[in-house]
Design a protein around this ligand. Sequence first.
Ligand SMILES: *[C@@H]1O[C@H](CO)[C@@H](O)[C@H](O)[C@H]1NC(C)=O
Ligand SMILES: *[C@@H]1O[C@H](CO)[C@@H](O)[C@H](O)[C@H]1NC(C)=O
Ligand SMILES: *[C@@H]1O[C@H](CO)[C@@H](O)[C@H](O)[C@H]1NC(C)=O
Ligand SMILES: *[C@@H]1O[C@H](CO)[C@@H](O)[C@H](O)[C@H]1NC(C)=O
Ligand SMILES: *[C@@H]1O[C@H](CO)[C@@H](O)[C@H](O)[C@H]1NC(C)=O
Ligand SMILES: *[C@@H]1O[C@H](CO)[C@@H](O)[C@H](O)[C@H]1NC(C)=O
Length: 262
Amino acid sequence: MTILVGGRFSLLKHLLLLSLFTCIDDSEETTPQQVEGKKGDSVTLNCSFTNEVGYILLLIRTKKITFCSEEKCDCHICQTGPCDMTLKDLMFDDASTYTLNVYRNEKSETVLQPVSFTYRLHIRDDISLNAGDNLTLGVLLPEAVEVRHHQHIEHEVLWRKGDKPNKRVTVSDGNLTISNITASDTGTYKVLDHNNKTLITVNLEVNGTKASEHQNSKDEPPTKKEDTGSRIGIWLVIPFGLVFCVILFLILLSKKQSGPVV
Ligand SMILES: *[C@@H]1O[C@H](CO)[C@@H](O)[C@H](O)[C@H]1NC(C)=O
Ligand SMILES: *[C@@H]1O[C@H](CO)[C@@H](O)[C@H](O)[C@H]1NC(C)=O
Ligand SMILES: *[C@@H]1O[C@H](CO)[C@@H](O)[C@H](O)[C@H]1NC(C)=O
Ligand SMILES: *[C@@H]1O[C@H](CO)[C@@H](O)[C@H](O)[C@H]1NC(C)=O
Ligand SMILES: *[C@@H]1O[C@H](CO)[C@@H](O)[C@H](O)[C@H]1NC(C)=O
Ligand SMILES: *[C@@H]1O[C@H](CO)[C@@H](O)[C@H](O)[C@H]1NC(C)=O
């Protein structure tokens, strides 16, 4: 009887431990460090490894990739610290999940388990075109599952992996093209992966239509300045008014006090 209870209890304990560990594993897997960079800029994947670094493995998703140190070559992915990696001249294709596996130097230790750092690199860009231009976005990466066009709070799916693309869109060779764009194409284009996580964000502005809005925004600041101006006026008037009132009160008071004596 007691053995049965003990058995059940240890089974429960094991299950709890197991679920605890799978929870920890899951959270480690699903919370990579978010890193964002603008197309053409650089970004650094910081690694906070405190021991001496033996060697480093860099993976994009699960694929091992090569890197080199800045002094040695004209690199796209450059080692810029004990284990920091800098990606230069960012492209849309760089959007992905990166894993840095750092191994310790100490030979005495036979620990082959590396310390892992994961990063999700999100690439953004701002594009300005004229109405009638073609918008070509080289964003159809292997990891891309969906491209959405966001405007205000709504969004429209332009492309979804495996589906027939939206009729406004042509797809070829990793490029998504919208021909002859108009003002209604302004907004934000988001490329999502299978977890609905954003890989790429592109803000598009179409010229020749926003002029009136720009004028409105230019008209606004002066009224705001007048506002603050009059506010400053009030804040100057109040203390001076108060001081004036107090002086007046004191004068009246002294006159009243000296009155009966005269
Ligand atoms: C990496 O570190 C550098 C300087 O230490 C800092 O400027 C940069 O913002 C860091 N990058 C990230 C993604 O944390
Ligand atoms: C659109 O207008 C902005 C400023 O209003 C300008 O900087 C940009 O170069 C213009 N884009 C094109 C494609 O003409
Ligand atoms: C846009 O693409 C179409 C073909 O899809 C082409 O005929 C047209 O000349 C292009 N327009 C511009 C402004 O490049
Ligand atoms: C895709 O876009 C790139 C540059 O954005 C261009 O060099 C390439 O020719 C395009 N491919 C096709 C098939 O249009
Ligand atoms: C582009 O769109 C405008 C407005 O929708 C239309 O008037 C024009 O004929 C279109 N041009 C081409 C080349 O399709
Ligand atoms: C992604 O979002 C769509 C709608 O916004 C939803 O139907 C789908 O289940 C989501 N997929 C995942 C993996 O969260």
